[in-house]
Design a protein around this ligand. Structure first.
Ligand code: ATP
Ligand code: MG
Length: 368
């Protein structure tokens, strides 16, 4: 079977090199997954995304799993499933959610992951766990660095290189130590050697899309860098990527954060739930990195390798240079807002294209 042959190419030994204690991947039977999830019971449902629903389950050995069950079976879904399976089978890194296995029986296509007990960043920032304030500053900083390292691995070390295309808070899962595990490579395509970008239909989630990707469908690593910048702002501030100010007005997080940073109002940028308990130097670093990542011009954005060094405080000179960039001169704020596509307009132009309708999902579609 096609899926089995994809899997047989996977190098399971890579897993050890990344220091992860996990069983190797295997094929699950539908019967076993039915038993584990109580027949895909509604009560076991963790949420729903572009592929279908994700269910919590427990195997006979007591281990907890998350099962992603494709909602529609079509040729397109089969291709996307194969892409995700192939990519996941190859990629192993401490900050990338690895695969436990899959099931392909009859019309059913399911992917099995380890269950992440602390769920996603989305659930802590805006969902079920947001009131518990479990994300103190140290954890946030670790998540920022860890998720950057996971994405940098996809961009620079995986062979061939991988563009994630759907970096967002629900795709950053948290393990029992609150370490980031970047999930969902379903949108990624393998980049052929030498190609600088692949033009394709726009996939991703509103609020995180780089302008050139949203408008021209031009996907490259720098689109992921843009999405990651949005995620950093969200992580530091606790705000959503797009905030509804009223029924008619929406504000994108960058347009809120940039003017505040130009005036160096750092404490206003920090999530109020931190109660002022944050490291100023680290917050400064996160905000500078986030804002340079979310520049309109892709060539002005850093690479993920640079992002990792900047976040770790290992590129102090570069950071100082960036801090003095024109971008952060307050007189530039007006110009910046002029060139940036207004959220409503640019997103309307996406939804008018029929092909994109199913690919672009509203933020907060599932806040669980
Ligand atoms: N291994 C896991 N452990 C715990 N929660 C998970 C796991 N995998 C997914 N989830 C959660 O289940 C929910 C649904 O996930 P799913 O990936 O289907 O949708 P999504 O992340 O919202 O969107 P997308 O389809 O773009 O990834 C999300 O809240 C996600 O964080
Ligand atoms: Mg997801």
């Amino acid at each position: 079977m096609a899926f089995a042959s994809i899997f047989c190419c996977g190098k399971c030994s890579d897993r050890k090199e990344q220091g992860k204690k996990q069983p190797t991947w295997r094929i699950f039977s539908l019967k076993e997954l039915h038993a584990a999830t109580n027949n895909f019971n509604y009560d076991n449902k963790l949420g729903e995304g572009g592929f279908g629903s994700v269910y919590w389950g427990q195997l006979w050995d007591g281990s907890q799993i998350a099962v992603k069950r494709l909602k529609v079976w079509s040729n397109k879904a089969e291709m996307e499933f194969a892409v995700e399976v192939e990519i996941l089978a190859r990629v192993r890194h401490k900050n990338l959610l690895s695969l436990r296995g899959y099931c392909a029986e009859g019309q059913e296509r399911l992917i099995v992951y380890d269950y992440m007990p602390n769920l996603s960043l989305l659930s802590h920032l805006h969902g079920h766990h947001s009131a518990e304030c479990l994300l103190d500053w140290k954890r946030r900083m670790n998540i920022a660095i860890g998720s950057a390292e996971g994405i940098a691995y996809l961009h620079h070390h995986a062979t061939p290189h991988i563009i994630h295309r759907d970096i967002k808070a629900s795709n950053v899962l948290l393990d029992s130590d609150f370490q980031a595990q970047v999930a969902d490579f379903g949108f990624a395509k393998l980049i052929p050697d030498g190609a600088t970008h692949v033009t394709t239909r726009v996939k991703g989630t509103l609020g995180y899309l780089a302008p050139e990707y949203a408008m021209l469908g031009k996907a490259s690593e720098s689109c992921d860098v843009f999405s990651f910048g949005i995620l950093l702002l969200e992580l530091a501030s606790g705000k959503k990527p797009i905030e509804k100010l009223s029924t008619a007005t929406k504000r994108i997080i960058v347009d809120w954060a940039l003017p505040l940073f130009c005036e160096r109002k750092l404490s206003e940028l920090a999530d109020p739930r931190l109660n002022g308990k944050f490291e100023e130097e680290e917050l400064n670093r996160i905000i500078i990195v986030a804002l340079v990542c979310t520049q309109n011009l892709p060539e002005k954005r850093p690479t993920m390798l640079e992002v990792v060094d900047l976040l770790k405080g290992e590129s102090k000179e570069k950071l100082a240079e960036l801090e003095n960039d024109e971008l952060f001169k307050s007189q530039k704020v007006a110009d910046y807002n002029d060139v940036r596509p207004v959220a409503e307009d640019s997103y309307d132009s996406i939804s008018e294209e029929k092909d994109l309708k199913h690919e672009v999902k509203e933020i907060g579609q599932d806040d669980s």
